[in-house]
Design a protein around this ligand. Structure first.
Ligand SMILES: C[S@@+](CC[C@H](N)C(=O)[O-])C[C@H]1O[C@@H](n2cnc3c(N)ncnc32)[C@H](O)[C@@H]1O
Length: 389
């Protein structure tokens, strides 16, 4: 993929991207001519004021670069709220902590539904790395939930001790990735260099021992063949930190992804790295720094192992359709149908299909449920796929 096949950026956006390109170019030079892809992606997405998530571009929802489940339908947040309430009822008093709250839409729907079923948390905390998105969340919540907005607070770091329910929808997939390139008998780390004022790929021998370990496990799945793929150490580290701080409660991680063996299948030889720019998906992250999203599927086995190593219980691994059905989405949608005009309901019902159908989000998205010091979750007993992890 080269830039000519993508929609042209307007002059202001191009100028913004050029600034970030200059900054990354200087960083590459300071580092001796090579930057790991994880560091490159970190700058592209989160460089303060310039990164894709840190700056003001329209990312989520209609007219943005991509649409997530909470933006697709309020039924997603409502069914998730059923599971949050199940966990909340096991605790004396609980908070909700949402990581990477995007536009704030999920916070609004979850709080509305928890209020409706009389299971409100003491506080709804949001930890958002992007100052721009934090501002949008504050605005949406103040406008949509004036009576509940005093319960919502923004944090700049994970609390030292937390009791309650932790949510992360499409957060792990937005964390910086290391790229590995396998030949028949060797493996190297793919990084970024500069040639002729352009970012170019450059490999170097694997030096990080955690990556070497992963490479051995991946090799066992793929055999001796050329292969390129991603490893998300940042998500594992994030989860270890989250687990350390969780005194009691549950964690719901929602994302597109697979268990390890499915992720590193021999025929998935180009990995899952994708870029999104104005609803156009492509595979070249070196283009348009700061203007496009960069993402990859999540390896849920590695997350489950990190959680287990940090002392959490792994309570369930569900496809999104099964998880939402267990959260009573059919009953919630029947209630919505009764309240909707016919035309509105047609739209709701098409969005519901988007959440549930196997060819849409129903099968591709998974929910990993983790907990500390909690009882069983009866709703999670059916259609559980932990055996895959
Ligand atoms: C793909 S968006 C998803 C937004 C939202 N959860 C939704 O589903 O619409 C990824 C979000 O994760 C946030 N993010 C990435 N890494 C994070 C981290 N370590 N802590 C908190 N937020 C993070 C980004 O700033 C962004 O808001």
């Amino acid at each position: 993929m080269d830039k000519s096949t993508l929609a042209a950026a307007d002059p202001a956006a191009q100028q913004h991207s050029d600034k970030l390109k200059q900054l990354i170019t200087e960083l590459i030079s300071e580092q001796g001519g090579w930057l790991s892809f994880a560091d490159f992606m970190q700058r592209c997405l989160y460089q303060p004021g310039l990164g894709y998530y840190s700056a003001g571009s329209h990312k989520l929802g209609q007219g943005g670069d991509f649409t997530t489940a909470p933006e697709t339908s309020s039924l997603f947040g409502q069914a998730l709220a059923t599971h949050i309430a199940d966990a909340g009822k096991q605790l004396e008093d609980f908070d909700v902590l949402e990581f990477g709250a995007g536009s704030g839409r999920l916070a609004v729907t979850v709080l509305e539904q928890l209020s409706r079923i009389d299971c409100l948390p003491r506080r709804y905390l949001i930890l958002e790395t992007s100052a721009d998105l934090q501002q949008r969340q504050q605005q949406l919540i103040a406008e949509s939930l004036p009576s509940l907005s005093s319960r919502v607070a923004w944090l700049s770091a994970i609390p030292e001790r937390f009791t309650g329910v932790i949510l992360a929808n499409e957060v792990a997939d937005a964390m910086p990735l290391h790229l590995l390139t396998f030949t028949e008998n060797d493996v190297s780390e793919q990084g970024v260099s500069v040639d002729n004022d352009q970012f170019v790929w450059q490999k170097r021998p694997l030096q990080n021992s955690r990556l070497q370990n992963k490479a051995r496990q991946i090799r066992a799945c793929i055999g001796e063949q050329p292969y390129q793929t991603e490893v998300n150490l940042a998500a594992e580290d994030w989860l270890t930190t989250v687990a350390d701080k969780l005194q009691q409660g549950a964690v719901f991680i929602v994302d597109y992804g697979y268990a390890f063996e499915e992720y590193y299948r021999p025929d998935r030889s180009l990995g899952t790295l994708r870029c999104y720019y104005r609803q156009q998906a492509h595979d070249n992250p070196l283009l348009l720094p700061g203007l496009q999203d960069i993402t990859a599927h999540v390896d849920f086995s590695s997350l489950a192992h990190s959680a287990h190593a940090a002392g959490l219980d792994v309570d369930g691994f569900h496809e999104q359709a099964d998880f939402l059905l267990a959260g009573d989405i059919t009953q919630l949608s029947a209630e919505l149908e009764q309240q909707s005009k016919t035309l509105d309901w047609l739209k709701h019902s098409s969005n519901l299909k988007q959440l549930l159908l196997p060819g849409a989000m129903g099968h591709q998205f998974k929910i990993l449920t983790l907990s500390r010091d909690m009882g069983v979750f009866p709703r999670l007993q059916a259609a559980d796929r932990r055996y895959q992890l």
